[in-house]
Design a protein around this ligand. Structure first.
Ligand code: PEP
Length: 260
């Protein structure tokens, strides 16, 4: 199932950091640091805050950069009385290609449920974009031996009602909550075990083709020093990177390790 590895995807989740001036500088610096041929073996996305997206889109398109434009979140409705929310249709108009959904910070702080995540996955696909659907266990769940039950439950709920083709086209990010922004990372062997369990569950529900195609990232305090070993795992297809993606030099090193 993991014989032919998928093109890795390294995604920088900037969270609520960098205003639009800083975002432009960061993207330009990242582009300058990355050799052109790196994009032959790795996909690289940046996920700025909403207020930066138009500026970053202009730089990516105007300067012909190979970086992929992403967002961190969206609503599941196209329009309506949802003060402060962001329509997936509007993000598609800005040429956003990848949208993170179900990040543990959105689940914990903003009360996103599995049903909402599932609705977002469908809305993102409907508008021709790709979801990066996050899942992951808390420290208490890990210590209680409930990692796989929690993660696979989130995956099953998030993918409910999708076709095998749709599942094969998307990205799942395994992000143990205790490793996000804490400096603690899962060992590459642990990351592989959970990513393999996710792929096996996808195969059982949607078939071998979808399981072979779906890209599964690891996220949680990824740094350049941990990338190579992580990427050598057969079921790990990239990384969702928070803190380290704010520093173009560190992020560029991560991308280069992932490119091999
Ligand atoms: C994240 O934002 O999804 C993340 C994994 O953050 P960090 O790399 O800082 O742990």
């Amino acid at each position: 199932m993991a014989a032919a590895k998928r093109t890795p995807l390294i995604s920088g989740n900037w969270k609520m950091n960098l205003n639009h001036f800083e975002a432009i500088q960061t993207v330009q610096k990242l582009h300058y640091l990355l050799p052109k041929d790196v994009y032959e073996t790795v996909d690289v996305s940046v996920h700025p805050p909403f207020t930066d997206i138009r500026s970053v889109q202009t730089v990516i398109e105007g300067d012909g950069l190979d970086l992929i434009l992403g967002a961190q979140h969206c609503h599941f409705q196209d329009t309506g009385a949802f003060t402060g929310e962001i329509s997936p249709a509007f993000l598609a108009k800005l040429d956003v290609k990848l949208i993170v959904c179900g990040h543990s910070e959105r689940r914990e702080i903003f009360g996103e449920t599995d049903d909402m995540v599932n609705a977002k996955v469908k809305a993102i696909l409907k508008h021709g974009m790709t979801p990066i659907m996050c899942c992951g266990e808390s420290l208490a769940e890990r210590e209680a031996g409930e990692t796989e039950a929690k993660v696979l439950g989130q995956v099953q709920a998030g993918l409910a009602g999708l076709s095998a083709d749709q599942v094969g086209s998307l990205v799942i990010a395994y992000e143990p909550i205790w490793a996000i922004g804490t400096g603690k990372t899962a060992t590459s062997a642990d990351a592989q075990t959970v990513c393999r369990a996710i792929r096996t569950a996808v195969a059982a529900q949607f078939g071998a083709e979808a399981a072979t195609a779906v890209r599964i990232q690891y996220g949680g305090s990824v740094k350049a020093g941990t990338t190579e070993e992580l990427m050598s795992q057969p079921d790990v297809d990239g990384a969702l990177v928070g803190g380290a993606s704010l520093d173009p030099e560190e992020f560029a090193r991560i991308v280069q390790f992932a490119a091999g």
